[in-house]
Design a binder for this molecule. Structure first.
Ligand code: FAD
Length: 498
């Protein structure tokens, strides 16, 4: 009779649930008995993923979509039977805007986050001046950087494309996505593809051109085809909102007799025992025992839990800075919105001296977000560049954002609904040197037997990356259990020969 290994995962966001689900898949596929418990501190699973229905609107408090270029979220949806619920962005509106001198200016087709992929895309753009375009056009002449020291995203963009491209395009895009100040963000950790493009092609223009022409290697291709065949738009969501992913994971796990999901179990202490097992204590005085302990938490919360046991590890985890961001869903009658909102949304450069980071046109991007005759938008406020805005009281925050939308979109009417969701210390900032810190964390983690860490603070904060990291960690926990000798020798031999 094989002994059942006890795995306890602390944190019931997508990272914790994806790790639990993958462990259960492995346990079932390889007939290795594992007991998985997920302890979530609040009364709800999902963490930052939180879909709400209000007054006929589908509101996303956190993520509203995921990228399909990285296959892991898509694959999980397929494994969970959610393929039929995936929805694509509206094909006729696949563009976004940048605010320039108080107006919304379209980012032309062919721009890839920081840079245009062709001279045509560059010169058809109104987002930078003619002088700025000339400087950008010199990019292929800029020699590639020597040495392996990390640099900031801001330094990289200025070096290759010039100051105007940074201020008018890269800064607002990056601040919008990461709620960050690009002056501090590590290029290698945040945008490794751009680093790779420079190293491989000597120029971002040349690399993007190669990708567009389909000459680039597989990892850089724009293909979004899954193993099962269908091709998706770059971003997809679920018809019922991103919460459907969490509800489905929870329902699947709750059906398994060896998976235990526990809500309102805020863990306040973890204690290593001499026999290499762990005791986990909650604020409500509950106690759990684990052979394998996984912390699927924001780095600052993981740091607090490991402090007594592993001060060195805690120090490095705590050094990963986080920023706070608020999402504000804003609903208008379509007739009150004079300007056609025919794109995914807009971002606002810091030099425009406004208060919002950006705005997503939710009901344009995806169907069924608002009733007919209504428009739903989602404004982002706060982040590294507007910390004071995040802390505004509800009424002043609503007034500020309403006034800015009125100025930018020409909307005089009051919104028919505004819903604020604040995410304090939610966005990890991959500062310059982040990869070195992660290497240290990895080394230090290995000193504590049976302790594993995952979360959005490591190698990517988008949902596909969180899922991928969690699933890889699940495999490592599974392998650890095999090596740890819970299984008898003949079983290990059987598994090793598969
Ligand atoms: C506003 C916003 C918008 C975003 N939009 C997108 C998007 O559109 N697409 C995309 O791909 N990504 C997006 N992201 C990023 C993505 O949502 C996150 O990186 C991801 O959801 C993080 O999941 P996680 O499980 O690692 O952490 P979390 O979701 O933070 O989960 C951690 C969980 O641990 C629990 N917990 C904490 N402490 C304890 C404790 N002591 N005991 C027990 N439980 C505890 C928490 O309650 C929480 O449920 C967005 C992020 C934000 C903030």
């Amino acid at each position: 009779m094989l002994q059942r290994s006890r795995v306890v995962i602390i944190g019931g966001g997508i990272s914790g649930l994806a790790a639990a689900y993958r462990l259960c898949e492995l346990s079932q596929a390889q007939q290795v008995p594992i007991d998985v418990t997920v302890l979530e501190g609040t009364g709800r699973f999902g963490g930052l993923i939180d879909t709400q229905q209000r007054d006929g609107f589908l509101l996303e408090a956190g993520p509203d979509a995921f990228i399909t270029e990285k296959p892991w979220a898509l694959d999980l949806c397929h494994r969970l039977g959610l393929a039929g619920d995936l929805i694509e962005t509206r094909p006729d509106c696949r563009r976004s805007f940048v605010v320039q001198k108080g107006r919304l200016v379209g980012v032309p087709e062919g721009w890839f986050l920081l840079a245009p992929s062709s001279v045509r895309a560059l010169f058809s753009s109104q987002v930078v001046s003619f002088r700025g375009k000339l400087r950008m056009a010199c990019e292929p002449l800029i020699p590639k950087r020597q040495g392996s020291a990390d640099e900031s995203v801001a330094q990289f963009v200025r070096r290759r494309f010039g100051q105007e491209a940074f201020q008018r395009v890269a800064q607002p895009m990056i601040s919008g996505i990461y709620s960050a100040d690009p002056e501090n963000l590590s290029l290698a950790a945040t945008l490794p593809k751009f680093l790779e493009m420079e190293q491989t092609h000597g120029s971002i223009f040349r690399a993007l051109k190669a990708i567009v022409n389909g000459k680039a290697c597989g990892s850089q291709s724009k293909s979004t085809r899954t193993a099962s065949g269908p091709r998706y738009s770059l971003f997809v969501s679920l018809r019922q909102g991103m919460g459907k992913l969490i509800d489905t994971l929870v329902a699947r796990l709750e059906r398994l007799e060896f998976a235990h999901l526990r809500r309102s179990q805020s863990v306040n202490e973890i204690i290593p025992r001499e026999d290499s097992t762990w005791q986990i204590k909650t604020a409500g005085n509950a106690s759990y025992d684990a052979d394998i302990l996984c912390l699927a938490l924001p780095a600052h919360q993981a740091a607090g839990l490991v402090l007594k046991t592993a001060a060195d590890l805690a120090r490095n985890l705590a050094a990963i800075r986080y920023e706070s961001v608020a999402t504000v869903n804003v609903a208008f009658r379509s007739s009150d919105v004079p300007r056609a909102v025919d794109g995914f949304g807009f971002v606002v450069p810091a030099i425009e001296r406004r208060h919002l980071l950006g705005c997503s046109f939710s009901s344009v991007k995806f169907p069924q977000r608002a009733a007919d005759g209504m428009v739903l938008m989602r404004v982002f406020a706060g982040g590294a560049l507007h910390r004071d805005v995040f802390h505004l009281d509800e009424e002043p925050l609503k007034r500020l954002l309403k006034d800015e939308l009125a100025a930018l979109l020409g909307i005089d009417a009051d919104p028919i609904g505004m819903w604020i969701h604040r995410h304090a210390q939610a966005m990890p900032q991959y500062s310059v040197g982040h990869l070195d810190r992660l290497a240290l964390i990895e080394q230090q983690m290995q000193r504590y037997r049976g302790l594993f860490l995952t979360g959005n603070w490591a190698h990517g904060l988008g949902l596909p990356d969180c899922i991928h990291q969690a699933e890889c960690l699940a495999q490592r926990m599974f392998d650890f259990r095999l090596v740890a000798g819970t299984l008898n020798r003949s079983t290990r031999n059987r598994l090793n020969h598969r």
